[in-house]
Design a protein around this ligand. Structure first.
Ligand SMILES: *[C@@H]1O[C@H](CO)[C@@H](O)[C@H](O)[C@H]1NC(C)=O
Ligand SMILES: *[C@@H]1O[C@H](CO)[C@@H](O)[C@H](O)[C@H]1NC(C)=O
Ligand SMILES: *[C@@H]1O[C@H](CO)[C@@H](O)[C@H](O)[C@H]1NC(C)=O
Ligand SMILES: *[C@@H]1O[C@H](CO)[C@@H](O)[C@H](O)[C@H]1NC(C)=O
Length: 453
């Protein structure tokens, strides 16, 4: 018996390596096999990568078993990153690197070259601890034991915020709308929602309506089955950075799509008019105006002073989604105190104006969060004309003075009073700008189909 395992150096005493004949036979056989496969491939015109690779996948039960067993489930929420949950890969699916497309939000796509053709599999439905839910990647022909595969496209969303506040929820689903318009208008068969890796089963009704308008069907929010083992997805797209690195152009395009789709869903067409339509959008309760009648009087006087200005007063609570879309479609200048109802501003025509009001304490204590509607206005192409921060009103009690968070809580939902002279001056300026802007834009038509109509 020759000793195949000996080091090659032992053959150096022979003029030819002693395995040469065996090697030659092996090489020739391999070559023939390759040619055979190539001709098969041509015959059957096998072009799909999965069909091609299946010719090479190990077909012995043992290898299959090994591949299946090698599928490793990791916690969806990686506690090692709890101090920096939003950085880098975030703490959600932390082992997976995002695909970065310039000007777009960072994303994960399965199967894809980045996943080496593997599918995304999820396990668990814990709604209060994301580290108890798991994910894994698996080749389609070596799925983990007991796995089921859901066909079609699945949108998997993780957000650091929530799905109940319409501003936060819109931020979470925003990049999916962009993905849809850039990928042949592909629509998801289902959504799987997470917050810190914890399962969520619903979104705010306003966001539900918005998604229905965009994707035509009501969103199917899927909560994975409990004891059926892992669920793998034929195709899955994951966003975990909200708008992430999205460029201004990309954001504008999404807002244009949302506006267009919402109007179309609600059967609203914008009528061309020469008037400037000012809407006073009133909150009830938290952050309402302290004296609504005074506020209405000030705006009415300024509006009456400008030719063609029409004013409308509308309470924000109790409106249906489509009523909100219609109101915004018919508004050129929106006046409102800070709150979720302002998320509607992107339903106005581009270049419309926004005036925002805050209670006492916000300017000093609310941090950057108070500027969200300025950012939204900027992203959507609206003119945010600044804010009024109420300087008067009850002061934070001495006992809380050293605790800014407590103090902010004290102020947070206060009533908004106004300085009439200041607000009158400001309003008159904004209305004149709006009139000027409208003249410059006249002749432009906002009509035309929606992207992915
Ligand atoms: C992710 O990116 C890091 C840094 O670029 C790299 O070291 C790592 O190997 C990547 N991981 C995967 C799974 O591709
Ligand atoms: C819009 O119009 C269509 C057809 O007239 C109707 O079926 C649909 O219910 C309307 N949608 C809304 C939101 O009113
Ligand atoms: C707003 O209108 C001006 C002209 O008045 C125009 O140059 C600008 O592009 C418009 N902005 C958006 C976001 O459409
Ligand atoms: C309005 O405010 C501007 C500056 O903000 C000031 O120059 C102007 O005098 C004010 N007008 C009135 C009528 O108060």
């Amino acid at each position: 018996m020759t000793t195949d395992h000996q080091s090659p150096r032992s053959s150096s005493t022979h003029p030819w390596p002693k395995h040469l004949p065996i090697l030659l036979i092996f090489l020739i056989t391999s070559l023939l096999l390759l040619l055979q496969i190539q001709s098969l491939r041509n015959t059957f015109n096998i072009t799909s990568p999965s069909a091609w690779s299946s010719l090479f996948t190990p077909n012995s039960l043992d290898d299959h078993q090994r591949l299946r067993d090698s599928v490793t489930f990791l916690p969806l929420k990686d506690l090692r990153f709890s101090k920096t949950p939003m950085d880098g890969n975030t703490w959600f699916m932390s082992s997976l690197n995002d695909t970065r497309d310039p000007g777009e939000s960072e994303s994960l796509h399965f199967p894809s070259p980045a996943s080496k053709g593997r599918l995304l599999c999820l396990l668990g439905r814990d709604a209060s601890d994301g580290s108890k839910n798991h994910y894994a990647l698996s080749w389609p022909d070596a799925l983990p034991h007991g796995a089921s595969v859901l066909g079609g496209l699945t949108f998997v969303c993780d957000t650091h915020y929530d799905y109940d506040n319409i501003w936060h929820a819109m931020g979470a689903v925003f990049p999916f709308v962009r993905w849809h318009t850039r990928n042949h208008c592909a629509r998801p068969a289902r959504w799987v929602l997470y917050h810190w890796g914890e399962v969520r089963s619903s979104v705010a009704p306003w966001v539900r309506a918005l998604l229905t308008a965009v994707f035509i069907d009501e969103p199917n929010v899927k909560v994975l089955a409990d004891d059926d083992g892992p669920t793998c997805f034929e195709e899955a797209v994951v966003f975990r950075h909200n708008q992430g690195a999205m460029s201004l152009d990309a954001k504008r395009a999404v807002y244009d799509t949302l506006r267009c789709k919402a109007r179309s869903y609600c059967n609203i067409t914008r009528t061309q008019t020469d008037s400037i339509r000012l809407t006073l959008f009133l909150r009830t309760g938290a952050r309402a105006f302290a004296n609504e009648l005074d506020v209405i009087r000030v705006f009415k006087r300024e509006c009456d002073g400008l030719q063609g200005c029409v004013m409308r007063v509308q309470r924000s609570n109790g409106m249906s989604f489509c009523e909100q879309v219609r109101l915004m479609t018919e508004t050129d200048v929106l006046v409102s105190s800070h709150g979720a109802q302002m998320t509607n501003i992107f339903f106005m025509e581009r270049n419309s104006s926004v005036m925002e009001f805050f209670p006492r304490g916000w300017l000093e204590l609310a941090g950057v969060g108070q500027y969200v509607f300025q950012w939204l206005a900027g992203g959507a192409g609206m003119r945010h004309e600044g804010g009024w921060w109420e300087p008067n009103g009850e002061k934070c009690p001495e006992t809380m003075k050293d605790d800014p968070a407590k103090c902010f809580n004290f102020y947070k939902n206060g009533k908004v009073g106004i300085d009439e002279a200041y607000v009158a001056n400001w309003t008159s300026r904004v209305l004149k700008n709006a009139r000027q802007c409208m003249l410059e834009r006249s002749g432009e038509s906002g009509l035309g189909g929606c992207e992915c109509g």
